[in-house]
Design a protein around this ligand. Structure first.
Ligand code: ZN
Length: 276
């Protein structure tokens, strides 16, 4: 697996004027964004627990006196959204299907699943008041923070059916959530492998120098392209196979090198989500 133009991301890191990455180092390490405009402050993703959210709030307070006005969720997964409540009354924003996955029984069910997978922090996760985005959209939203404009874009199904990317106009940086992952292979268990490649091609077309993955180090457009190629090749191989086992046999090593332990899950999801 290549790391492209990866740079170390530790703690709080200013990537452009007023644009910060803060890596939450809780039970799940996750990259969050802090964007400080003249008029308003936005954060991208909020961590898994109250302590994650408070760590992010402390990071915000270290760079600005302004309150957080907007919380943007890259997708519904709890490691990106369960900290939302601690930012209220900020306006929470996400894809319309991100809200559906976090509202009511769906949200409680996701919280229970997350808690059961993380016995070390089970009680903290169970205590989360799951807070779905209040403002939702289908394709694009422009968010104006004064001197900084953000473009929120849904580019297609990939890691989930509600991943969005957040571009910072003029700053050569985009927050990609789990559309791309650097610290491990892209998690495919709920993914749409046949769509993931084309979605990443659209992300790569943003032509920014730096992409902030949900987990791991900043990557460049070559990394995004490599990950797109892996999903495209996987999908072509699956399309030429009768069964998942046959596809696994025929899978080129380049795909396995990129998707690693997630390769079987990606193949399985291909056959679950693509109807002949
Ligand atoms: Zn995720």
């Amino acid at each position: 697996m290549t790391t492209g133009g990866a740079k170390p991301v530790a703690g709080l890191y200013e990537v452009a004027d007023g644009v910060y990455i803060y890596t939450i180092t809780g039970f799940i390490m996750v990259n969050t964004g802090i964007i400080v405009g003249d008029d308003a402050v936005a954060v991208v993703d909020t961590g898994t627990t109250e302590s994650d959210a408070r760590a992010l709030l402390n990071a915000v307070a270290s760079v600005t006196d302004k309150p957080v006005r907007y919380v943007i969720n890259t997708h519904y997964h709890g490691d990106h959204s369960f900290g939302n409540w601690w930012f209220l009354p900020a306006i929470t924003i996400g894809h319309e299907r991100c809200r559906l996955k976090l509202v009511g029984d769906e949200g409680a069910s996701h919280r229970d699943t997350m808690a059961s997978h993380m016995p070390m922090i089970r009680e903290q996760v169970e205590a989360v008041p799951v807070t779905p985005p209040a403002v939702t959209f289908q394709n694009f939203v422009d968010l104006h923070l004064g001197n900084i404009d953000l473009k929120l874009a849904y580019l297609g199904r990939a890691h989930t059916d509600n991943d969005i990317a957040i571009g910072v106009e003029g700053a050569d940086v985009a927050f990609a959530g789990d559309l791309i992952e650097q610290s491990g292979p892209p998690i495919a268990g709920e993914g749409f492998p046949n769509d993931w490649g084309p979605t990443l091609r659209k992300l790569g077309a943003a032509m920014v120098d730096r992409y902030v993955p949900g987990h791991g180090l900043i990557v460049d457009s070559m990394f995004v392209s490599d990950q797109a190629s892996a999903f495209e090749t996987l999908s072509r191989t699956c399309a030429g196979a009768e069964t998942a086992a046959e596809a696994m046999e025929a899978m080129p090593q380049s795909v396995v090198d990129m998707l690693e332990t997630q390769t079987p899950a990606a193949i399985q999801r291909y056959f679950e989500t693509v109807t002949a």
